[in-house]
Design a protein around this ligand. Structure first.
Ligand code: APR
Length: 311
């Protein structure tokens, strides 16, 4: 048996935490690739974690590089390469600069890790994951965008904070694009199987839904010079682990819809089964007319950004 290999493309804020979590969970050997200017930083982060391993005995190896050939043979590739948001910027404002970056990354992943499962994180997520898919030519089950896992985690956190109950017992789902038009579904949210409208008032539920939609922006404002990194990193590694351990977890993810939810040809947040086959299936739930309208609204935003990519 050989160890799994995880390639992190982009070793910034999220990439660094991803490397730490991969080590802590012993998910596989890690290579962190960044641009030549940043090579020293990613080598330093990798070495720092190498030296953290003895305390808890994490038997995996990490290295940093600016050479894409180092990702050869990777089982999972996680892409955070790009620039993050600053206060006042929408995720869409990042499109031009991050498009150039993803084009370069996609060509290198295609060349060196053609059999990998790819998790795209770079924003604007729905358009960037679409671009990666088109340029790489990967099968649809091998490409997924991380957004719903994070948005659902935020929704769960706020429900737990408001009810005072364990975050572990909160279950819910957020559909749609990664932005303010996302569609949290409070109708399906439960704590230990108990619907949240038994635990919270309508005003409290509305406030939680609103806060979930704006949660990324709330953190961008507080940090003042970047976007969230702890919660995205944990959410991403749930997806990577589900693939590497064939867990068949149901994780809201930006997956390519081909007819599901009446959507055709776009990556958008839907409940996805993630296991050893990558995105193995998209699960469909019956939506109310109001929810359908919200999903249509978020789809239009995704379509517009995808059109702007020109891919
Ligand atoms: N190849 C590899 N790495 C690159 C490339 C490239 N072509 N271009 C940029 N990078 C690197 C940057 O040098 C930086 O180290 O990507 C890293 C991004 O890290 P941060 O700026 O710290 O951003 P982070 O907070 O990690 O977010 C990354 O995820 O949530 C999204 O909007 C966010 O698009 C952003 C991404």
């Amino acid at each position: 048996m050989t160890r799994n290999k995880i390639a992190l493309i982009g070793g910034g804020q999220i990439g660094g935490i991803l490397a730490l979590i991969a080590a802590q969970k012993e998910l596989g050997d890690v290579v962190v690739v960044d641009i030549p200017d940043i090579e020293g930083k990613v080598k330093g982060k990798a070495l720092d974690i190498m030296e953290a391993r003895p305390h808890d005995g994490w038997d995996i190896n990490l290295e940093g590089s600016s050479d894409y050939s180092q990702i050869e043979g990777s089982d999972v590739v996680i892409i955070t390469a790009g620039v993050p948001r600053k206060p006042g910027m929408t995720r869409e404002d990042l499109l031009d600069v991050n498009l150039k970056i993803i084009t370069n990354v996609a060509n290198n992943v295609k060349k060196y890790a053609p059999d990998s499962f790819v998790i795209v994180v770079t924003n604007p997520l729905d358009a960037i994951v679409y671009t990666f898919y088109k340029i790489s030519g990967f099968l649809k089950n091998r490409v997924v965008g991380m957004a719903g896992a994070l948005d659902t985690g935020r929704f769960r956190a706020f429900i737990a904070m408001e009810t005072g109950l364990s975050v572990k017992d909160v279950s819910c789902v957020v559909l749609g694009g990664h932005g303010p038009t996302m569609v949290p579904l409070p109708r399906l949210a439960t704590v230990g199987g108990v619907p949240i409208d038994r635990l919270l008032s309508q005003e409290q539920i509305d406030a939680i839904v609103d806060r979930t939609r704006k949660a990324g922006t709330e953190i961008v404002k507080l940090l003042a010079n970047g976007s969230a990194y702890f919660s995205p990193a944990v959410a991403i590694m749930q997806m990577a682990e589900a693939y590497l351990k064939d867990k068949k977890r149901v994780i809201p993810s930006a997956a390519l819809c081909e007819g599901e939810y009446g959507i055709d040809g776009y990556f958008i947040g839907v409940p996805a089964v993630i296991g050893g086959g990558g995105v193995e299936k998209i699960l469909e739930v019956e939506l109310t007319d109001e929810e359908k309208e919200m999903l249509n609204n978020t789809l239009n935003v995704v379509k517009k950004t995808v059109e702007e990519t020109g891919v």
